[in-house]
Write a protein that binds this ligand. Structure first.
Ligand code: OSB
Ligand code: MG
Length: 369
């Protein structure tokens, strides 16, 4: 296989509803789509970086530069034994996993389409025909709005509810959600809004029997999470901290968490995602697939990823309509009344691209190679 041309497109898509985390509010996404062409076919990937370097150090504008200046030149025109080689070609770059992962995922999609097989099969997935789905609900203006949103998502069938927390929007909010919904699968994600000094405060969450608390402490601190975990009954789940399989091994050694959220972009693509998955599975740690407010392209990749065997918990991958008035893939991602996404057997990531609509949304485009 050879990638002869790479097209970067930045598309701008307004969210149906703002999404607020402890690090800020997002109303419009600026997403880089990566089209990798070879032998007359195209594969597509999505860079999952945010618009600002607040979730991690990556952001859309920087990802564009890294892809153009460092990643694409290493991959273009080079004979490849397969998509599995693409990730290795940019491993010398420190960080920037999301930028690198966008091209890596496009290469996997291209290879799957060339062979006429679904992407989930290509990456060694297929452990389930339906992906269990949860929703991630951002910080709202009022608790009443949050309760109303939860009610609606449960009615739609979603299997678990994740709410975002931060200092000032935590214990009291979780208490009210629990009082209203005593039996649901519930969890909270802090996106690094606390420090170890808040351990006693966070311990108050134990009484609400949450499935897990996601990334309460610093984005890069596994050691502090281990200390916090020793003080809590509720399992911790690491998101931001886990970028490599080695991080999983370190977290396991330190007993820093009971659960891991795997995000395709955060770990740099399918190659490392599979290694992260393998390390978690070997340690008996269940995983689930996180989300980054993806367009249909990233969403479709997430669905394929979540068919690997250890993805036993409901993830943050949900229906297109929760994010977009109109998605860039066809059909849009839909969720069954029992809160699952059915996987598709179409070659590649399994959905058609709405190229006309992508053109309409494009604010920047560059052809490489
Ligand atoms: O921490 O999981 C996170 C969105 C943006 C940045 C970080 C996170 C999230 C989500 C949303 O929780 C998941 C989704 O619905 O795509
Ligand atoms: Mg998270």
């Amino acid at each position: 296989m050879r990638i002869e041309r790479i097209t970067l497109r930045q598309i701008r898509m307004p969210l149906v509803h703002f999404f607020e985390t402890s690090f800020g509010r997002t109303t419009t996404r600026d997403i880089i789509l990566v089209e990798a062409q070879g032998e007359g076919m195209s594969g597509w990937g999505e860079v999952t970086a945010g618009e600002n370097p607040f979730y991690n150090e990556e952001w859309t504008a920087a990802a564009w530069l890294i892809l153009r200046e460092y990643v694409a030149p290493r991959v273009l025109g080079r004979p490849l034994a397969g998509a599995h080689e693409v990730g290795r070609l940019s491993e010398h770059i420190r960080g920037h996993q999301m930028a690198r992962g966008g091209l890596e995922a496009a290469a996997w999609d291209l290879e799957a389409r060339r062979e006429g097989v679904p992407l989930w099969k290509k990456i060694g997935g297929g452990a389930r025909r339906e992906i269990p789905c949860g929703v991630s609900i951002g910080i709202q203006n009022t608790v009443a709005e949050l309760l109303e949103t939860i009610e609606r998502e449960l009615a739609a069938g979603y299997q678990r509810i994740k709410i975002k927390i931060k200092p000032g929007w935590d214990i009291d909010v979780v208490r009210q959600v629990r009082e209203r919904f005593p039996a649901i699968k519930l969890m909270a994600d802090a996106n690094s809004a606390y420090t170890l000094a808040d351990a006693e405060h966070l311990r108050r969450l134990d009484e609400f029997y949450l499935m897990m608390i996601e990334q309460p402490l610093s984005h890069d601190d596994i050691i502090d999470h281990a200390e916090l975990q020793s003080k809590l009954a509720t399992p911790l789940c690491l998101d931001e901290c886990i970028r490599t399989a080695h991080h999983v091994e370190q977290a396991v050694r330190l007993r820093a968490c009971g659960i891991i959220n795997i995000k395709l972009g955060r770990v740099g693509g399918f190659g490392e995602a599979r290694r992260v998955h393998g390390a978690a599975q070997a340690a008996g740690i269940p995983v689930w697939c996180g989300g980054m407010l993806e367009s249909g392209v990233g969403r479709a990749h997430n669905i394929a990823l979540a068919t690997l065997p250890d993805f036993v918990l409901p993830g943050d991958v949900s229906a297109s309509r929760r994010y977009w008035e109109r998605d860039i893939i066809h059909p849009p991602v839909e969720v069954t009344p029992h809160g699952t996404i059915a996987i598709r057997d179409t070659p590649g990531f399994g959905y058609d691209l709405d190229t006309g609509y992508i053109r309409h949304l494009t604010v920047r485009e560059e052809c490489l190679g």
